[in-house]
Design a protein around this ligand. Structure first.
Ligand code: PRP
Length: 191
């Protein structure tokens, strides 16, 4: 069983985490910058935030609260990973949007772009629904892993190809609630 006892480390890290990659403080500061940039870019308009479950929930909640423009929410669920940790290339559709996006300024919100397969699929399928505009905000970008080029208008942090969890990202459903992005110890996912 994975030990989840909180250590006395100053950064509040859990034992399954080898190293904090992006601290809570840096996340907060960068999200505030993104919020200011998005608010300026969309000045005078209302933004329709589309969060991709489940990973985007934390970033979307933080980003939404630093916007100074009106915003509405919807959520979609699609899965590209199945049970493993590698992208299969197969995008599985689980939950559609509740509302039409026709004529709206849509901002897709994601926790991470990795191979780009998920975002590529999302951009194509949402563009076909006739939004007034479509842009993407991601908390993390593993650019070295890209298999398909995909535009990403707002990026929090470019990160190396490490097994990261926290700030919405999971391993087997766990660690999404860590307030920082941490590198998981290999013992946790190789056992
Ligand atoms: C993650 C992430 C993206 C996708 C990115 O979702 O939230 O949707 O993978 O990978 P890609 O660029 O290689 O397509 P995941 O399927 O792990 O679901 P989750 O958000 O519920 O954890």
């Amino acid at each position: 069983m994975t030990t989840r006892v909180q250590t006395s480390d100053a950064d509040g890290s859990y034992e399954p985490i080898a190293r904090v990659l992006v601290s809570r403080r840096r996340l907060t500061a960068r999200v505030a910058e993104l919020g200011a940039q998005i608010s300026a870019d969309y000045a005078g308009r209302e933004i329709h935030m589309v969060g991709i479950l489940k990973g985007a929930a934390i970033f979307m909640a933080d980003l939404a609260r630093v916007l100074s423009i009106p915003a509405t929410f919807d959520f979609m669920a699609i899965s590209s990973y199945g049970a493993g940790s590698e992208s299969s290339g197969v995008v599985r559709f689980i939950k559609d949007l509740d509302e039409s996006i026709e004529g709206r300024h849509v901002l897709i919100v994601e926790d991470i772009v990795d191979t780009g397969l998920t975002l590529h699929y999302l951009r194509e399928s949402l563009t076909a629904r006739g939004p007034a505009s479509l842009a993407v905000a991601v908390a993390l970008d593993k650019a070295s892993r890209r298999q398909v080029p995909v535009p990403v208008e707002y990026v929090g942090f470019r990160i190396p190809d490490a097994f990261v969890v926290g700030y919405g990202l999971d391993f087997a459903g766990r660690y999404r609630n860590l307030p920082y992005v941490g590198i998981l110890r290999p013992e946790v996912y190789t056992r």
